[in-house]
Design a protein around this ligand. Structure first.
Ligand SMILES: Cc1cc2nc3c(=O)[nH]c(=O)nc-3n(C[C@H](O)[C@H](O)[C@H](O)COP(=O)(O)OP(=O)(O)OC[C@H]3O[C@@H](n4cnc5c(N)ncnc54)[C@H](O)[C@@H]3O)c2cc1C
Length: 431
């Protein structure tokens, strides 16, 4: 019975002819060899259509176990279909942790890494930088092993599964640590003026803005080995029950009259959420936020050297909009890396988002306006989020795109992994 697949954002759906769940590399090889066309799938948390296929959808949910833990070398070999949530839990049992994370842990390890998923911290690269080596079965059904000493490692790991399916990953992990986490509110203009005092002073700095508030909520997070001083119960009630319930209630009420209610609610939420709060918590508690309601996201990477100027324009862009925004705008920072298609390739990065819950027509207007501004400022789109990808523009922003295309031809000569979404960015093919 064909099964319909819907993404987290509920923005599209499709029905593949079949969904397969290999349990080992041999099975994965034979699936790829016999398939006409196929796409790998993780947790379906992308807004971009990387997983869409009318033929075979391959889930690695049965290739998700920890295969080896080397405590001395601080390395863990794992099936690539594992969810980050499960991985974090297994590592914790062994006194280990991931060095950096994004804002949620629902994604699969492979799915998150493939799209260049990132957290925040100007000295921390995207999640893929934690990989020591990986194995991938290509479009010919051949298995390959790449380590971070190989140039192709940097092409294929954040390659959106265009050349093959990544099934095994060895990660460099760290000993469990805590986060000294401070939440506070500051004036947006003051933050822009003194940006480096925030971004460069804390290991994992980010901020949330609820337009049109003049203040933003800042997250000043530093890594520490001090003992945690928070309690699971208080955290659960505060973060997962109270904040989530109040927020969802306000979103529901705000729908009655967006223009009137949303600005008021955003002032209120900034006041509540931005109250000074300090704690020492487990590292992943400091990184993660509760899973948000269904919403839409576009997020672009910009050169950090331009951050102050960009933030001033960004603020005006959203303030001068006739639209309202009932979702936090999460501004983050990350370190330059060497992954060919990473939006942070060779540049320290400020990530500027546009997140919202609105009707489709409004959202499309908001996205197009934001995208026009992002393109005028040499932004690079996040591969897992919404963006209208144009090969000619991407070629300028991703200088290795032509080389990547050559690798696609080498590893997937029959174009088994091509779909309408990925062909648009690595070739000049229009749908
Ligand atoms: C609520 C929410 C919060 C988010 N927070 C962040 C954040 O903090 N930081 C950030 O950078 N991003 C964030 N994202 C984006 C998210 O991390 C990416 O879209 C990620 O790719 C989703 O992982 P997934 O497992 O759901 O993969 P999917 O969406 O299922 O797939 C993503 C891509 O990876 C490919 N793929 C999947 N498995 C494999 C494999 N084994 N081998 C090769 N290719 C494969 C798929 O074909 C597809 O092209 C968020 C998304 C949501 C919905």
């Amino acid at each position: 019975m064909p099964q319909t697949i819907i993404n987290f954002g509920k923005t599209w759906q499709f029905t593949p002819k079949q969904i397969v769940y290999p349990t080992n590399v041999q099975e994965l090889k034979s699936i790829i060899k016999t398939a006409i066309s196929l796409r790998p799938v993780g947790s379906k948390h992308s807004w971009s259509k990387g997983i869409v296929t009318t033929e075979t959808l391959v889930s690695l949910q049965n290739m998700c176990t920890i295969q080896e833990i080397n405590i001395e070398k601080l390395q863990v070999k794992v099936g690539a279909g594992i969810t980050l949530k499960n991985l974090i839990a297994q590592l914790e049992l062994n006194g280990l942790a991931l060095s950096n994370l994004g804002s949620i842990h629902a994604q699969t390890l492979a799915g998150a890494i493939c799209t260049g998923t990132h957290g925040t911290g100007i000295n921390f690269q995207c999640l893929a930088s934690q990989v020591e080596n990986f194995e991938m079965v290509d479009g010919n059904g051949e298995n390959h092993f790449f380590t971070n000493k190989d140039e192709e490692f940097y092409a294929l790991l954040t390659g959106m599964g265009c050349c093959g399916i990544i099934h095994t990953i060895t990660l460099n992990v760290v000993k469990s640590f805590q986060m000294h986490a401070i939440t506070d509110a500051v004036d947006f203009d003051e933050l822009i003026e003194n940006l480096e005092n925030y971004v460069e002073k804390y290991d994992h700095f980010k901020f949330w803005w609820l337009p049109p508030s003049k203040k933003v909520m800042v997250f000043k997070n530093n890594r520490t080995q001090q003992k945690r001083n928070d309690s699971n119960f208080t955290r659960f009630i505060k973060d997962e029950v109270l904040s989530v319930a109040i927020y969802r209630l306000l979103v529901a009420v705000g729908k009655w009259n967006r223009k009137k209610f949303i600005p008021l609610f955003n002032y209120f939420l900034t006041k509540m959420g931005g109250k000074y709060f300090e704690r020492i918590c487990k590292s992943y508690v400091g990184f993660l936020t509760p899973l948000p309601p269904v919403h839409r996201e576009t997020e672009w990477a910009f050169n950090y050297t331009q951050a102050k100027h960009l933030l001033k324009e960004y603020k005006e862009l959203l303030l001068n909009d006739e639209h309202t925004y009932n979702f936090v705008q999460e501004v983050r920072f990350s370190c330059s890396d060497n992954f060919w298609l990473s939006p942070a390739y060779k540049q320290n990065t400020i990530w500027l988002p546009m997140y919202n819950m609105d009707n489709n027509n409004n959202w499309e207007e908001q996205r197009k306006k934001f995208e026009t501004w992002a393109i005028a400022n040499n932004g690079r789109p996040h591969w897992g989020k919404e963006a209208n990808l144009k090969h000619e523009y991407l070629k300028k922003q991703y200088v290795k795109l032509a080389d990547f295309n050559a690798l696609v031809k080498k590893y997937d000569p029959l174009q088994k992994f091509a779909n309408n979404w990925n062909k648009k960015f690595y070739t000049n093919c229009n749908e």
